[in-house]
Design a protein around this ligand. Structure first.
Ligand code: ARG
Length: 579
């Protein structure tokens, strides 16, 4: 497909510069499309060649560019080679460009577009463990957990599409003193039947109530401590109650994750690494890394000068472990169990320091693979509310998105023809949430606004879904035009060429996403694609055009639709065919 062009250009460059193609490819990129302006297809950045030591770093860059351009001879594939400012521009033969780009979209062809490109084939493959969502039992599922869920899902989808073996892990907050409170609280205020009917709600209520009571009730606080001690000592009765809380929570979550289109291979959690955490402390001690602080806690000195100016506590003075101690144990256990080549943690940025300390201690304890661990931090969401108030459960957000979208859709004529309008509204609503969340850099905070994210116009998830549905309808209405062959020379209009040129960038965009793990590159690529499709829709009618022209245009729309759908799925959005 498209990469044959990259390869042809790289071969030319390799000859002129006497350098292997692999070294030149990174400096070559598809040119972003500007509407109403003719652009070349590829450009070679001369400053990148200088940076990589392929061209001398000194000397006038423009002279170098012109000099290099003169050495490159056009042929019938690369028809035009010209010097731009600091870059060499390449234009491919139009017919060949259209032909090669639209060829993969033959009907029923299932090879995903762009994924076996030259560019992506250079990526190393292995096992990627992605840990995301990770809510805490009996506590709120807040916007941060929602962000972790959708971002982690995107990263897992992307890594998988790029040929890695992916382990999707949910690391539940299922241990700690809060279970002492929850256990003691449930014994006093809990109801087994309520727990059965509405587990998350009931656990949350009990948790809120026991926290309130415990503030002025020393007896209750003592009971909580006793309950937690029993848990740590594996008392059968305490463990069985705790297990029930956990099982029921996981079951409930699985249900809601399914609505969101998310799944996990493993439900892990802090509780699983309880005893290993104590072993980790012993190992730290035998390596001479464990120090005792003035307060009697066990700490690891992370300061560069070794003066204890920057320490991390791994053991409480009563000998119990902490969040980080369990994370240390969990990391070691995962490495042994899954032999991951990389591990990615997705949480809000307030935990950045936690993960830095985690990786540092792992490295100091002789685990060189700590280098392959990465934390993906994201910013805060302000003001995510539903009609009933603050978001407490994931389900609330999904319900709200569905109701609001259903309301918006009810104004459209086509909604009446939908088989399951609620399901469509849910998919469109979730898509809107995701696009809003992924549009900017992940580390930025943003304010949440239902009206804005659910707009049909503008750069929203609704716009992506709408464009997809519209393309599906166009393809379906012109099904009789489906043909194995199309005549590439019939597609010459600027709005058609722009789409084809834009598709040239797809693999580059995926590469960018896989490097910095930011979904914004793909989101913006798809939004732009939808704008280009809208223009083509206006300017390139299928119905009523001569058969061969209509066939070729239909192929263009088919290709656009397929890339749009693939891209949406990577983001975690289920494309709808009608809305
Ligand atoms: N349960 C934690 C929270 O809600 C997030 C866990 C993140 N993962 C980890 N390995 N520490 O804040």
């Amino acid at each position: 497909m498209a990469c044959i062009f990259r390869k042809t250009i790289a071969a030319k460059l390799s000859k002129a510069l006497q350098q292997p193609e692999e070294l030149l490819l990174p400096a070559l990129s598809a040119v972003p499309v500007f509407r109403k302006q003719r652009t070349p297809d590829f450009k070679l950045s001369v400053s990148l060649l200088r940076l990589n030591g392929i061209l001398p770093k000194t000397g006038d860059i423009q002279l170098q560019t012109e000099d290099l351009t003169r050495q490159l001879i056009p042929d019938n594939v690369v028809e035009d080679i010209s010097a731009g400012s600091g870059a060499v521009n390449f234009t491919i033969n139009r017919k060949l460009l259209v032909q090669k780009l639209l060829e993969p979209f033959e009907s029923e062809s299932n090879t995903p577009f762009g994924l076996n490109s030259e560019l992506l084939n250079t990526l190393k493959r292995g096992t990627t463990l992605v840990e995301y969502s990770s809510p805490n039992i009996a506590k709120k599922f807040h916007a941060g957990h929602l962000r972790s869920t959708i971002i982690g899902n995107f990263i897992a989808n992307l890594k998988q599409a790029l040929g890695n073996n992916v382990v999707r892990m949910n690391y539940l907050g299922d241990w700690g003193m809060q279970f002492g409170l929850l256990g003691a609280g449930f014994i006093q205020f809990g109801s087994h039947s309520k727990l059965k009917d509405n587990p998350l709600q009931h656990l949350f209520e009990v948790y809120v109530q026991v926290n309130r009571e415990a503030e002025h009730n020393e007896n209750l606080r003592q009971e909580a401590r006793d309950f937690f001690r029993k848990l740590e000592e594996h008392d059968a009765e305490a463990v069985s109650l705790w297990q029930r809380f956990r099982d029921i929570t996981v079951e409930e979550y699985q249900h809601v994750y399914k609505r969101l289109g998310v799944h996990f291979d493993v439900y892990s959690g802090e509780s699983l690494h309880q005893s290993q955490a104590l072993e980790v402390v012993q190992q730290l001690q035998s390596r001479g890394l464990l120090k005792t602080s003035d307060k009697g806690t066990g700490v690891v000195d992370l300061s560069s000068s070794g003066d204890m100016s920057n320490v991390c506590t791994v053991l409480r003075s009563d000998g119990t472990t902490l969040y980080i101690t369990r994370d240390l144990a969990a990391a070691v256990d995962r490495k042994e169990r899954y032999h991951f080549t990389e591990m990615i943690y997705v949480t809000d940025k307030s935990q950045a320091n936690h993960f830095q300390q985690l990786f540092q201690i792992l490295s100091a304890s002789g685990h060189p693979w700590s280098e392959s661990c990465r934390h993906v931090p994201f910013g805060l969401v302000k003001g995510m509310k539903t009609r009933t108030g603050e978001v407490v459960f994931l389900e609330d957000v999904l319900d709200e998105a569905r109701t609001r979208m259903l309301h918006n859709m009810s104004r459209a004529q086509t909604t009446k023809e939908l088989e399951d309008p609620e399901d469509t509204a849910e998919k469109v609503g979730i898509g809107a949430l995701i696009v809003q969340d992924f549009k900017g850099p992940l580390e930025s905070d943003y304010s949440f606004d239902w009206d804005r994210i659910l707009q049909a116009q503008g750069d929203t998830g609704v716009f992506l879904q709408y464009t997809h549905a519209r393309l599906c309808s166009l393809l379906q209405k012109n099904e009789d035009l489906e043909a194995a062959h199309f005549d590439a020379s019939l597609l010459t209009e600027p709005s058609a060429i722009s789409i084809v040129q834009h598709l040239l960038r797809y693999d580059e965009v995926l590469l960018q996403c896989s490097q910095d793990l930011q979904p914004k590159h793909l989101v913006n690529f798809l939004l732009k694609l939808c704008h280009l499709i809208a223009a083509a829709h206006r300017e390139l009618p299928v119905k009523g055009s001569p058969v061969q022209v209509a066939q070729t245009r239909r192929r263009l729309f088919r290709g656009s639709c397929s890339v749009l759908a693939d891209g949406m799925r990577l983001l975690g959005i289920t494309p709808v065919d009608k809305m």
